[in-house]
Design a protein around this ligand. Structure first.
Ligand code: UD1
Length: 337
């Protein structure tokens, strides 16, 4: 069974490739390395002891996608390839709409041409915007608040319309909460270019001495300690969610959204505390104004994925921080080409 993975060298894509190879799937991976490095592909194969077929290509090149589908008997697609930086999307909305939407349209057009109707789409809990209540169920209203989030919400709409047009389609949109951590080998992990935007990569670089201190964006939220609460999920739990979602789309038709989260929320101070324990380093911080667009509390109701996909997150924040630290300190990240 051959599965095409778009954006397979990226953070979530690479960990999913590991889980997919371990589950016995044949993989065709495409990535244009816009936010990843070629060495990741070698490391995926090193971790699993298995090989995959790789194409350096962009989904904006429709002829190339056509060639890949004609070269391989592809049964299903897991689609990650997209831009994902919220701030950049506000500054360059056209770049985000152009890349994220046109890529998906091209991909779906070629899938339709080759009669491949099984798709797992990489969405985000960002589609919920500022939720009315937590835990967030899949029925919560969708109201993304920035161009990046809009591309995810619009893509989910496009996929629903596709299914209405042709009931052969079988699609799962996976709405991720806050993926952190790394593969336990320390060989692959999140490798943000420049100064990280997200909490855990930032904490990890403070612990390693690369950055002087963490800026905490607000300690006056209505939460237990005043800092923002999020549903952090271990990247390998997220990866196994993709394998389960793929198994599901292969035996059903329809279009469904699933929350992938742990169902538990943790504050910024809790994360600092656990990271200090695993790294044995002090995380210096400074309290700043709230970050525009941030919400106080966000965590999933993952019960739909628990029941329908027979999937649940297994790892807690200690393991998430431990594996992030291992990746930060032992990965030889600087070797990545
Ligand atoms: C952010 C994005 C979201 C995206 C998600 C995953 C924004 C407004 N939201 O979500 O759309 O889907 O990343 O990529 O950018 N924090 C600090 N200091 C920091 C960084 C973060 O205090 O340097 C706090 C935040 O205020 C928040 C928590 O840590 O309370 C988590 O932040 P982050 O990791 O950026 O994730 P989200 O804000 O949930």
């Amino acid at each position: 069974m051959a599965v095409l993975i778009t954006g397979g060298a990226g953070y979530i894509g690479s960990h999913t490739c590991v889980e997919m190879l371990n589950a016995g799937y044949e993989l065709i991976v495409i990535d244009n390395f816009s936010n990843s490095k070629p060495d990741v592909i070698e490391r995926i194969q090193k971790i699993t002891g298995k090989t995959l077929t790789f194409y350096e290509a962009t989904l904006l090149d429709k002829e190339m996608i056509d060639t890949i589908f004609s070269n391989h008997e592809i049964n299903a697609v897991i689609h990650f390839a997209a831009y994902k930086a919220v701030g950049e999307s506000v500054e360059k909305p056209l770049m985000y709409y152009q890349n994220n939407l046109i890529s998906t349209l091209n991909l779906c057009e070629i899938m339709d041409k080759y009669g491949v109707y099984n798709l797992v789409f990489s969405s985000s809990a960002t589609v919920y915007g500022n939720p009315d209540r937590v835990p967030i169920t899949e029925e919560s209203p969708l109201r993304a608040t920035n161009p990046y989030g809009h591309t995810k919400q619009m893509t989910e709409q496009i996929l629903q319309d596709l299914f209405i047009s042709n009931p052969m389609w079988s699609i799962a949109s996976l709405r991720y909460f806050n993926p952190i951590g790394a593969h336990e080998s320390g060989l692959i992990g999140e490798d943000p270019t420049g100064i990280p935007n997200n909490l855990l990569p930032y904490i990890s670089q403070v612990a390693s001495g690369k950055l002087p201190h963490l800026n905490i964006f607000g300690d006056d939220y209505e939460t237990n300690d005043g800092t923002g609460i999020r549903d952090y999920i271990h990247i390998m739990d997220l990866a196994s969610g993709h394998v389960k979602a793929l198994e599901h789309v292969l035996v059903t038709t329809g279009v469904e959204a699933f929350n992938l989260g742990t169902g538990k929320g943790h504050s910024v101070f809790e994360m600092i505390d656990v990271f200090e324990q695993v790294s044995k380093k002090q995380i210096k911080y400074s309290i700043q104004e709230r970050r525009p667009g941030d919400i106080a509390v966000c965590f999933a109701d993952p019960s739909k994925a628990n029941h329908v996909l027979q999937w649940s997150a297994k790892r807690g924040i200690y393991e998430m921080c431990k594996d992030t630290w291992k990746w930060q300190t032992q990965s030889g990240k600087q070797l990545i080409r």
